[in-house]
Design a protein around this ligand. Structure first.
Ligand code: SAJ
Length: 424
Protein backbone atom coordinates (compact mmCIF):
# COMPACT_ATOMS: atom_id res chain seq x y z
CA UNK A 1 0.00 0.00 0.00
CA UNK A 2 2.82 2.41 0.70
CA UNK A 3 5.43 1.00 -1.66
CA UNK A 4 6.22 4.44 -3.13
CA UNK A 5 7.55 5.40 0.30
CA UNK A 6 9.36 2.15 0.97
CA UNK A 7 10.94 2.38 -2.52
CA UNK A 8 11.60 6.12 -2.02
CA UNK A 9 10.17 6.93 -5.43
CA UNK A 10 7.39 9.02 -3.92
CA UNK A 11 7.14 12.69 -4.73
CA UNK A 12 6.70 14.59 -1.47
CA UNK A 13 5.96 18.18 -0.51
CA UNK A 14 6.88 20.43 2.39
CA UNK A 15 4.75 23.53 3.03
CA UNK A 16 6.62 26.28 4.86
CA UNK A 17 10.35 26.62 4.11
CA UNK A 18 11.54 28.22 7.32
CA UNK A 19 13.86 26.95 10.07
CA UNK A 20 11.77 23.78 10.32
CA UNK A 21 10.58 23.18 6.74
CA UNK A 22 13.79 23.82 4.83
CA UNK A 23 15.95 21.43 6.89
CA UNK A 24 13.15 18.85 6.57
CA UNK A 25 12.95 19.32 2.78
CA UNK A 26 16.72 18.84 2.50
CA UNK A 27 16.60 15.74 4.73
CA UNK A 28 13.76 14.24 2.65
CA UNK A 29 15.70 14.87 -0.58
CA UNK A 30 18.84 13.40 0.97
CA UNK A 31 16.77 10.29 1.77
CA UNK A 32 16.08 9.89 -1.95
CA UNK A 33 12.63 11.42 -2.34
CA UNK A 34 11.74 13.96 -5.00
CA UNK A 35 10.79 16.99 -2.92
CA UNK A 36 8.68 20.04 -3.71
CA UNK A 37 9.05 22.91 -1.27
CA UNK A 38 6.03 25.22 -1.16
CA UNK A 39 6.21 28.69 0.34
CA UNK A 40 4.26 31.88 -0.20
CA UNK A 41 7.37 34.07 0.12
CA UNK A 42 8.73 34.72 -3.42
CA UNK A 43 12.08 35.79 -1.94
CA UNK A 44 12.51 32.33 -0.40
CA UNK A 45 11.56 30.64 -3.68
CA UNK A 46 13.99 32.79 -5.64
CA UNK A 47 16.82 32.19 -3.15
CA UNK A 48 16.30 28.43 -3.27
CA UNK A 49 16.16 28.41 -7.07
CA UNK A 50 19.51 30.17 -7.02
CA UNK A 51 20.89 27.66 -4.51
CA UNK A 52 21.08 30.27 -1.76
CA UNK A 53 20.14 29.18 1.78
CA UNK A 54 18.62 31.71 4.20
CA UNK A 55 18.60 29.25 7.12
CA UNK A 56 21.80 29.05 9.20
CA UNK A 57 21.45 25.27 9.68
CA UNK A 58 21.24 24.66 5.89
CA UNK A 59 24.36 25.40 3.84
CA UNK A 60 24.25 26.42 0.18
CA UNK A 61 26.20 23.20 -0.43
CA UNK A 62 23.28 21.21 1.05
CA UNK A 63 20.97 22.79 -1.52
CA UNK A 64 23.43 22.15 -4.34
CA UNK A 65 23.79 18.51 -3.28
CA UNK A 66 20.02 18.05 -3.48
CA UNK A 67 19.41 20.27 -6.51
CA UNK A 68 18.28 17.33 -8.64
CA UNK A 69 15.66 16.28 -6.12
CA UNK A 70 14.54 19.51 -4.43
CA UNK A 71 12.63 22.28 -6.12
CA UNK A 72 10.70 25.26 -4.74
CA UNK A 73 7.39 26.73 -5.83
CA UNK A 74 4.61 29.03 -4.63
CA UNK A 75 2.03 26.88 -6.38
CA UNK A 76 -0.04 24.52 -4.23
CA UNK A 77 -1.38 22.86 -7.41
CA UNK A 78 1.79 20.78 -7.45
CA UNK A 79 0.19 18.78 -4.63
CA UNK A 80 -1.94 17.07 -7.27
CA UNK A 81 1.23 15.20 -8.25
CA UNK A 82 2.49 14.56 -4.70
CA UNK A 83 2.15 11.46 -2.52
CA UNK A 84 2.67 13.29 0.78
CA UNK A 85 2.75 16.79 2.23
CA UNK A 86 4.29 17.92 5.51
CA UNK A 87 3.00 21.18 7.03
CA UNK A 88 5.76 23.23 8.71
CA UNK A 89 4.09 26.58 9.26
CA UNK A 90 4.42 29.03 12.17
CA UNK A 91 1.92 28.85 15.03
CA UNK A 92 2.58 32.04 17.01
CA UNK A 93 0.46 33.69 19.68
CA UNK A 94 -1.66 36.61 18.49
CA UNK A 95 -1.64 40.07 20.06
CA UNK A 96 -4.07 38.83 22.74
CA UNK A 97 -1.84 35.86 23.62
CA UNK A 98 -4.21 33.43 21.90
CA UNK A 99 -3.01 30.63 19.57
CA UNK A 100 -2.85 31.77 15.96
CA UNK A 101 -3.39 28.68 13.77
CA UNK A 102 -4.50 30.69 10.73
CA UNK A 103 -1.54 29.49 8.66
CA UNK A 104 -2.48 25.85 9.27
CA UNK A 105 -6.11 26.52 8.33
CA UNK A 106 -5.17 28.37 5.13
CA UNK A 107 -2.78 25.57 4.20
CA UNK A 108 -5.43 22.93 5.00
CA UNK A 109 -7.86 24.63 2.63
CA UNK A 110 -5.25 24.62 -0.14
CA UNK A 111 -4.41 20.95 0.43
CA UNK A 112 -8.13 20.16 0.35
CA UNK A 113 -8.34 21.72 -3.12
CA UNK A 114 -5.75 19.26 -4.39
CA UNK A 115 -6.68 16.25 -2.24
CA UNK A 116 -6.48 12.97 -4.14
CA UNK A 117 -6.39 9.24 -3.35
CA UNK A 118 -3.14 8.17 -1.72
CA UNK A 119 -2.18 11.57 -0.30
CA UNK A 120 -0.55 11.52 3.16
CA UNK A 121 -0.96 14.80 5.07
CA UNK A 122 1.37 15.31 8.05
CA UNK A 123 1.08 18.30 10.38
CA UNK A 124 4.45 19.19 12.00
CA UNK A 125 3.59 22.59 13.44
CA UNK A 126 3.31 22.81 17.21
CA UNK A 127 -0.26 23.35 18.33
CA UNK A 128 -2.76 22.46 21.03
CA UNK A 129 -4.24 18.96 21.42
CA UNK A 130 -7.09 18.61 18.92
CA UNK A 131 -5.67 20.77 16.13
CA UNK A 132 -5.09 17.85 13.76
CA UNK A 133 -8.38 16.07 14.33
CA UNK A 134 -10.66 19.05 15.04
CA UNK A 135 -9.30 21.69 12.63
CA UNK A 136 -7.22 20.11 9.86
CA UNK A 137 -9.06 16.83 9.33
CA UNK A 138 -12.54 18.38 8.78
CA UNK A 139 -11.16 20.61 6.02
CA UNK A 140 -9.89 17.53 4.20
CA UNK A 141 -12.98 15.43 4.90
CA UNK A 142 -15.20 18.15 3.42
CA UNK A 143 -13.24 17.88 0.15
CA UNK A 144 -13.19 14.08 0.32
CA UNK A 145 -16.87 13.55 1.03
CA UNK A 146 -18.24 14.21 -2.53
CA UNK A 147 -15.82 11.57 -3.85
CA UNK A 148 -16.67 9.07 -1.12
CA UNK A 149 -13.06 9.15 0.04
CA UNK A 150 -12.44 8.38 3.71
CA UNK A 151 -9.51 9.13 5.97
CA UNK A 152 -7.41 6.05 6.52
CA UNK A 153 -8.63 4.55 3.27
CA UNK A 154 -8.19 6.94 0.33
CA UNK A 155 -6.18 9.61 2.17
CA UNK A 156 -4.16 9.70 5.37
CA UNK A 157 -3.70 12.30 8.11
CA UNK A 158 -1.00 12.31 10.78
CA UNK A 159 0.73 14.56 13.31
CA UNK A 160 4.50 14.49 13.87
CA UNK A 161 5.89 17.39 15.91
CA UNK A 162 9.04 19.13 14.71
CA UNK A 163 12.01 19.00 17.07
CA UNK A 164 14.35 21.29 15.18
CA UNK A 165 16.72 23.08 17.50
CA UNK A 166 18.38 25.98 15.67
CA UNK A 167 22.15 25.81 15.94
CA UNK A 168 22.34 22.38 17.57
CA UNK A 169 24.77 19.95 15.98
CA UNK A 170 24.92 16.99 18.40
CA UNK A 171 21.33 16.00 17.49
CA UNK A 172 20.27 16.43 13.85
CA UNK A 173 16.87 16.37 12.18
CA UNK A 174 17.61 12.75 11.19
CA UNK A 175 18.90 11.47 14.54
CA UNK A 176 16.40 13.18 16.85
CA UNK A 177 13.62 10.68 17.74
CA UNK A 178 10.44 11.60 15.85
CA UNK A 179 7.01 11.20 17.44
CA UNK A 180 4.36 10.04 14.95
CA UNK A 181 0.60 9.57 15.28
CA UNK A 182 -2.19 8.83 12.80
CA UNK A 183 -5.89 9.65 12.78
CA UNK A 184 -6.40 5.93 12.08
CA UNK A 185 -4.20 2.85 12.24
CA UNK A 186 -3.72 3.06 8.47
CA UNK A 187 -2.72 6.72 8.83
CA UNK A 188 -0.07 5.70 11.35
CA UNK A 189 1.10 2.98 8.97
CA UNK A 190 1.36 5.58 6.19
CA UNK A 191 3.48 8.06 8.18
CA UNK A 192 5.54 5.16 9.53
CA UNK A 193 6.22 3.87 5.97
CA UNK A 194 7.22 7.37 4.85
CA UNK A 195 9.09 8.87 7.81
CA UNK A 196 10.63 5.50 8.65
CA UNK A 197 12.83 5.97 5.56
CA UNK A 198 14.01 9.39 6.79
CA UNK A 199 14.36 9.44 10.58
CA UNK A 200 16.52 7.06 12.57
CA UNK A 201 13.91 6.48 15.27
CA UNK A 202 10.14 6.89 15.16
CA UNK A 203 8.06 7.08 18.36
CA UNK A 204 4.48 6.04 17.53
CA UNK A 205 1.76 7.23 19.91
CA UNK A 206 -1.94 6.40 20.00
CA UNK A 207 -3.44 9.62 18.66
CA UNK A 208 -2.55 13.00 17.15
CA UNK A 209 -3.77 14.67 20.34
CA UNK A 210 -1.37 12.59 22.45
CA UNK A 211 1.47 13.61 20.11
CA UNK A 212 0.40 17.27 20.19
CA UNK A 213 0.33 17.10 23.99
CA UNK A 214 3.76 15.44 24.18
CA UNK A 215 5.30 18.22 22.12
CA UNK A 216 3.73 20.94 24.22
CA UNK A 217 4.81 19.21 27.43
CA UNK A 218 8.44 18.91 26.25
CA UNK A 219 8.69 22.67 25.96
CA UNK A 220 6.43 23.47 28.90
CA UNK A 221 8.83 21.46 31.03
CA UNK A 222 11.65 23.83 29.99
CA UNK A 223 9.52 26.95 30.38
CA UNK A 224 8.53 26.08 33.95
CA UNK A 225 12.01 25.01 35.03
CA UNK A 226 13.51 28.19 33.63
CA UNK A 227 10.91 30.20 35.54
CA UNK A 228 11.75 28.22 38.71
CA UNK A 229 15.45 29.05 38.41
CA UNK A 230 14.53 32.69 37.71
CA UNK A 231 12.47 32.70 40.89
CA UNK A 232 15.48 31.22 42.68
CA UNK A 233 17.43 34.29 41.55
CA UNK A 234 14.72 36.60 42.90
CA UNK A 235 14.67 34.70 46.22
CA UNK A 236 18.47 34.70 46.58
CA UNK A 237 18.45 38.43 45.85
CA UNK A 238 16.03 39.03 48.70
CA UNK A 239 18.00 36.76 51.02
CA UNK A 240 21.37 38.29 50.08
CA UNK A 241 22.61 34.94 48.73
CA UNK A 242 24.73 34.31 45.62
CA UNK A 243 22.34 32.48 43.25
CA UNK A 244 25.21 31.19 41.12
CA UNK A 245 26.92 29.62 44.13
CA UNK A 246 23.63 28.02 45.22
CA UNK A 247 23.09 26.56 41.72
CA UNK A 248 26.67 25.31 41.43
CA UNK A 249 26.25 23.54 44.77
CA UNK A 250 22.84 22.08 43.92
CA UNK A 251 24.19 20.81 40.61
CA UNK A 252 26.66 18.56 42.38
CA UNK A 253 23.72 16.29 43.18
CA UNK A 254 24.42 13.46 40.71
CA UNK A 255 20.79 12.39 40.38
CA UNK A 256 17.33 13.89 40.44
CA UNK A 257 18.47 17.39 39.52
CA UNK A 258 18.54 19.07 36.10
CA UNK A 259 20.43 22.37 35.82
CA UNK A 260 18.79 25.43 34.37
CA UNK A 261 20.27 28.94 34.40
CA UNK A 262 18.64 32.20 35.46
CA UNK A 263 18.56 34.90 32.85
CA UNK A 264 16.73 37.93 31.50
CA UNK A 265 13.63 35.91 30.60
CA UNK A 266 12.60 33.33 28.00
CA UNK A 267 12.74 34.04 24.28
CA UNK A 268 12.42 32.22 21.00
CA UNK A 269 9.61 30.89 18.83
CA UNK A 270 9.07 27.76 20.95
CA UNK A 271 9.59 27.91 24.69
CA UNK A 272 7.67 31.10 25.54
CA UNK A 273 4.91 30.24 23.05
CA UNK A 274 4.14 26.54 23.24
CA UNK A 275 3.08 26.45 26.94
CA UNK A 276 0.50 29.16 26.26
CA UNK A 277 -1.09 26.92 23.62
CA UNK A 278 -1.62 24.37 26.36
CA UNK A 279 -2.86 26.98 28.85
CA UNK A 280 -5.31 28.28 26.25
CA UNK A 281 -6.61 24.76 25.54
CA UNK A 282 -7.20 24.17 29.25
CA UNK A 283 -9.02 27.50 29.60
CA UNK A 284 -11.19 26.51 26.65
CA UNK A 285 -12.50 23.59 28.74
CA UNK A 286 -12.79 25.74 31.89
CA UNK A 287 -9.67 24.29 33.44
CA UNK A 288 -6.39 26.03 34.32
CA UNK A 289 -2.73 25.23 33.76
CA UNK A 290 -1.63 26.95 36.95
CA UNK A 291 2.11 26.25 36.63
CA UNK A 292 2.16 27.72 33.11
CA UNK A 293 0.33 30.88 34.16
CA UNK A 294 2.68 31.39 37.12
CA UNK A 295 5.80 30.58 35.09
CA UNK A 296 4.74 33.12 32.48
CA UNK A 297 4.40 35.81 35.15
CA UNK A 298 7.85 35.07 36.62
CA UNK A 299 9.64 34.93 33.27
CA UNK A 300 7.92 38.13 32.12
CA UNK A 301 9.15 39.83 35.31
CA UNK A 302 12.83 39.24 34.58
CA UNK A 303 13.54 42.13 32.16
CA UNK A 304 12.16 44.58 34.77
CA UNK A 305 14.33 42.94 37.45
CA UNK A 306 17.49 43.38 35.38
CA UNK A 307 16.71 46.97 34.36
CA UNK A 308 16.29 47.71 38.06
CA UNK A 309 19.80 46.26 38.57
CA UNK A 310 21.08 48.72 35.93
CA UNK A 311 19.30 51.56 37.69
CA UNK A 312 20.70 50.54 41.11
CA UNK A 313 24.24 50.19 39.77
CA UNK A 314 24.16 53.60 38.06
CA UNK A 315 22.63 55.08 41.19
CA UNK A 316 25.47 53.66 43.31
CA UNK A 317 27.82 55.46 40.92
CA UNK A 318 25.90 58.69 41.41
CA UNK A 319 24.35 58.52 37.95
CA UNK A 320 20.73 58.56 36.81
CA UNK A 321 19.54 56.15 34.14
CA UNK A 322 18.29 59.17 32.21
CA UNK A 323 21.15 60.40 30.09
CA UNK A 324 23.48 57.51 30.95
CA UNK A 325 25.00 55.58 28.06
CA UNK A 326 23.96 51.93 28.33
CA UNK A 327 25.30 49.27 25.97
CA UNK A 328 23.33 46.00 25.71
CA UNK A 329 25.29 43.02 24.35
CA UNK A 330 23.08 40.66 22.35
CA UNK A 331 19.54 41.06 21.05
CA UNK A 332 18.96 37.46 19.88
CA UNK A 333 16.97 35.13 22.13
CA UNK A 334 19.86 32.71 22.54
CA UNK A 335 23.55 32.56 21.65
CA UNK A 336 24.74 32.45 18.06
CA UNK A 337 21.37 32.69 16.34
CA UNK A 338 20.04 35.62 14.29
CA UNK A 339 16.57 35.35 15.82
CA UNK A 340 15.14 37.93 18.23
CA UNK A 341 11.60 36.57 18.40
CA UNK A 342 10.24 37.04 21.94
CA UNK A 343 13.79 37.90 23.01
CA UNK A 344 13.86 39.38 26.54
CA UNK A 345 16.67 41.66 25.35
CA UNK A 346 14.03 43.61 23.39
CA UNK A 347 12.07 44.23 26.60
CA UNK A 348 15.25 45.37 28.36
CA UNK A 349 16.09 47.77 25.51
CA UNK A 350 12.55 49.21 25.48
CA UNK A 351 12.56 49.72 29.24
CA UNK A 352 15.92 51.49 29.13
CA UNK A 353 14.71 53.73 26.31
CA UNK A 354 11.58 54.56 28.30
CA UNK A 355 13.78 55.54 31.27
CA UNK A 356 15.68 58.00 29.07
CA UNK A 357 18.97 56.17 28.82
CA UNK A 358 21.17 56.66 25.77
CA UNK A 359 20.72 53.07 24.65
CA UNK A 360 22.97 51.18 22.26
CA UNK A 361 23.12 47.48 21.46
CA UNK A 362 25.63 45.18 19.82
CA UNK A 363 24.72 41.90 18.13
CA UNK A 364 26.86 40.35 15.37
CA UNK A 365 23.84 38.52 13.99
CA UNK A 366 21.13 41.18 14.18
CA UNK A 367 22.06 44.58 12.78
CA UNK A 368 18.70 46.29 13.15
CA UNK A 369 15.75 45.87 15.51
CA UNK A 370 13.36 48.13 13.59
CA UNK A 371 11.30 45.10 12.46
CA UNK A 372 11.04 44.02 16.11
CA UNK A 373 9.60 47.39 17.12
CA UNK A 374 12.79 48.68 18.72
CA UNK A 375 14.12 51.82 16.96
CA UNK A 376 17.79 50.87 17.16
CA UNK A 377 20.53 49.68 14.84
CA UNK A 378 23.49 47.74 16.17
CA UNK A 379 26.76 49.47 17.01
CA UNK A 380 29.80 47.86 15.42
CA UNK A 381 32.86 49.10 17.33
CA UNK A 382 32.48 46.78 20.30
CA UNK A 383 35.64 47.65 22.25
CA UNK A 384 35.11 51.39 21.88
CA UNK A 385 31.44 51.14 22.84
CA UNK A 386 32.26 49.10 25.95
CA UNK A 387 34.80 51.72 27.01
CA UNK A 388 32.40 54.62 26.41
CA UNK A 389 29.38 53.08 28.15
CA UNK A 390 28.39 54.08 31.67
CA UNK A 391 26.94 50.56 31.99
CA UNK A 392 27.22 47.38 29.91
CA UNK A 393 24.46 44.76 30.03
CA UNK A 394 25.12 41.17 28.92
CA UNK A 395 21.77 40.03 27.51
CA UNK A 396 22.79 37.25 25.07
CA UNK A 397 25.92 35.15 25.43
CA UNK A 398 27.10 35.09 21.82
CA UNK A 399 30.35 33.13 21.46
CA UNK A 400 32.12 36.10 19.84
CA UNK A 401 32.30 37.97 23.13
CA UNK A 402 35.50 37.92 25.22
CA UNK A 403 33.93 38.12 28.68
CA UNK A 404 37.08 38.93 30.63
CA UNK A 405 37.91 41.78 28.24
CA UNK A 406 34.36 43.10 28.53
CA UNK A 407 34.42 42.80 32.33
CA UNK A 408 37.75 44.65 32.38
CA UNK A 409 36.60 47.41 30.05
CA UNK A 410 33.12 48.05 31.44
CA UNK A 411 32.73 50.80 34.04
CA UNK A 412 29.64 48.96 35.31
CA UNK A 413 28.63 45.45 34.19
CA UNK A 414 25.16 43.89 34.62
CA UNK A 415 25.55 40.26 33.63
CA UNK A 416 22.09 38.71 33.11
CA UNK A 417 23.71 35.49 31.87
CA UNK A 418 26.33 35.05 34.62
CA UNK A 419 29.00 34.76 31.93
CA UNK A 420 31.70 36.40 34.04
CA UNK A 421 30.73 34.18 36.99
CA UNK A 422 31.20 31.13 34.76
CA UNK A 423 34.73 32.26 34.09
CA UNK A 424 34.15 31.78 30.37
N1 SAJ B 1 16.92 29.89 28.85
C1 SAJ B 1 17.24 30.31 30.14
N2 SAJ B 1 17.76 29.41 31.02
C2 SAJ B 1 17.97 28.11 30.66
C3 SAJ B 1 17.64 27.70 29.36
C4 SAJ B 1 17.12 28.61 28.47
O1 SAJ B 1 17.06 31.48 30.49
O2 SAJ B 1 18.46 27.34 31.50
C5 SAJ B 1 16.34 30.84 27.92
C6 SAJ B 1 17.18 31.06 26.68
O3 SAJ B 1 18.09 32.11 26.89
C7 SAJ B 1 16.13 31.42 25.62
C8 SAJ B 1 14.91 30.63 26.04
O4 SAJ B 1 15.10 30.31 27.43
O5 SAJ B 1 15.83 32.79 25.67
C9 SAJ B 1 14.71 29.36 25.24
O6 SAJ B 1 15.95 28.70 25.23
P1 SAJ B 1 16.12 27.19 24.65
O7 SAJ B 1 17.49 26.74 24.99
O8 SAJ B 1 15.00 26.37 25.10
O9 SAJ B 1 16.12 27.42 23.08
P2 SAJ B 1 15.01 27.19 22.00
O10 SAJ B 1 13.86 28.12 22.18
O11 SAJ B 1 15.70 27.19 20.69
O12 SAJ B 1 14.45 25.75 22.33
C10 SAJ B 1 14.73 24.70 21.45
C11 SAJ B 1 13.59 23.76 21.66
N3 SAJ B 1 13.58 22.78 20.61
C12 SAJ B 1 12.38 22.45 20.04
O13 SAJ B 1 11.33 22.94 20.39
C13 SAJ B 1 12.44 21.44 18.97
C14 SAJ B 1 13.73 23.07 23.01
O14 SAJ B 1 12.79 21.99 23.11
C15 SAJ B 1 15.12 22.52 23.17
O15 SAJ B 1 15.21 21.85 24.43
C16 SAJ B 1 16.08 23.69 23.15
O16 SAJ B 1 16.01 24.21 21.80
C17 SAJ B 1 17.51 23.27 23.45
O17 SAJ B 1 17.67 22.35 24.27
O18 SAJ B 1 18.42 23.91 22.91
Amino acid sequence: MFDRFHNRNARVAVVGLGYVGLPLAVALAASGYEVVGIDLDPAKIEALREGRSYIADVADADLTAQASRLRATEDYATLSQCDAVSICLPTPLDSKGQPDVSSILACGREIARYLHPGLVVILESTSYPGTTTELLLPLLEAAAQPHGWRVGEQFFVAFSPERVDPGRTDWTIKTTPKIVAGVTENCLAAVHAYYGQVFDALVPVSSPSAAEMAKLFENTYRFINISLVNELLLMCDRLGLDCWEVLEAAETKPFGFTRFTPGPGVGGPCIPVDPHFLAWKMRSINATARFIELAGQINAEMPRYWVQKVQDALNDAGKAVRGSRVLVLGAAYKPDVADARESPALDILQRLLQKGAQVRYHDPYILSLAKMGVPLTAVTELEEEVQKADCVVIATAHSVYDWSSIAHGAAILVDTRFMVKRGS
